[in-house]
Ligand binder design. Structure first.
Ligand code: CTP
Ligand code: MG
Length: 237
């Protein structure tokens, strides 16, 4: 833990005053193959982005929200948050070329008073207060980050040119989800350097030597990637 950070962990402050959420929604959704970005795909009768925005807004642990929207879709994202009357959305930024760059753009709008930053994928709409509570827990116990994860059920194979070259031992492997929670200065430092190749924020914090805990994930937090995923997750909503 960085010097001084122990003075500002959630246990010492009201978490609702100090926990900000970054909602990354700036991806193109190429694998969904629609005429619009994934965040604006129809989900349970409204744009997909509305589901996680609404849930974060109603989450008692979250004080303020910054949304990263696809270039050209900032206005619809702002209108959506106004329609939902989400009093917590303080800014909507244009996303970057990669997820990590979208997070970095959003961090610029996260207030200096933020003690904890939650980063969540809009592609995982079925966020619950319980999973938010679970990832905040380890930050009060000396961890710098926490990630929800599920065990990997299948046998894992490394494949080259259509042929199996290795069976990867599954022991100790989990699939990481979001929301991921971090002490604000730790996430800011991790995102300040080279973010290439990072598919989640925890990997950047790990790369910088940070201690990141694993907590129980949630099957319903499946990331919508393909049209089949969209139908699945919508059936659970
Ligand atoms: N994301 C983002 N900015 C990017 C890329 C991704 O904010 N430049 C966000 C997505 O909006 C999504 C999350 O990161 O909520 C996870 O990314 P992914 O599931 O890969 O979504 P897309 O990049 O939109 O999908 P695809 O890779 O199929 O284009
Ligand atoms: Mg992507």
């Amino acid at each position: 833990m960085p010097e001084g950070a122990s003075d500002s962990t959630p246990s010492q402050q009201s978490p609702t005053d100090a926990t900000w959420a970054v909602l990354v929604a700036a991806g193109a959704g190429e694998r969904l193959d629609l005429d619009r970005p994934k965040a604006f795909a129809r989900f349970a009768g409204r744009p997909l982005l509305a589901e996680s925005l609404d849930r974060l807004d109603r989450c008692p642990w979250v004080h303020a929200i910054v949304v990263a929207a696809p270039a050209g879709w900032e206005e619809p994202a702002i209108l959506l948050s106004e329609e939902l009357a989400t009093g917590k959305v303080v800014a909507c930024v244009t996303g970057g070329a990669t997820r990590a760059e979208s997070v970095r753009n959003a961090l610029a709008e996260v207030g200096e008073e933020a003690v904890v930053i939650l980063v969540h994928d809009a592609a995982r709409p079925l966020l619950t207060d319980e999973v938010v509570e679970r990832v905040l827990g380890p930050l009060a116990e000396g961890f710098e980050g926490a990630v929800p994860a599920l065990p990997v059920p299948d046998t894992l194979k490394r494949v080259e040119e259509g042929r199996i070259v290795e069976t990867v031992p599954r022991d100790g492997l989990v699939g990481a989800q979001t929301p991921q929670a971090f002490l604000a200065p730790v996430l800011r430092n991790a995102c300040a350097g080279d973010v290439s190749g990072a598919t989640d924020c925890a990997s950047l914090v790990e790369r910088a030597g940070g201690r990141v805990a694993i907590v129980a994930g949630d099957l319903h937090l499946l990331k919508i990637t393909t049209p089949e995923d969209l139908a699945f997750v919508e059936s659970w909503a």
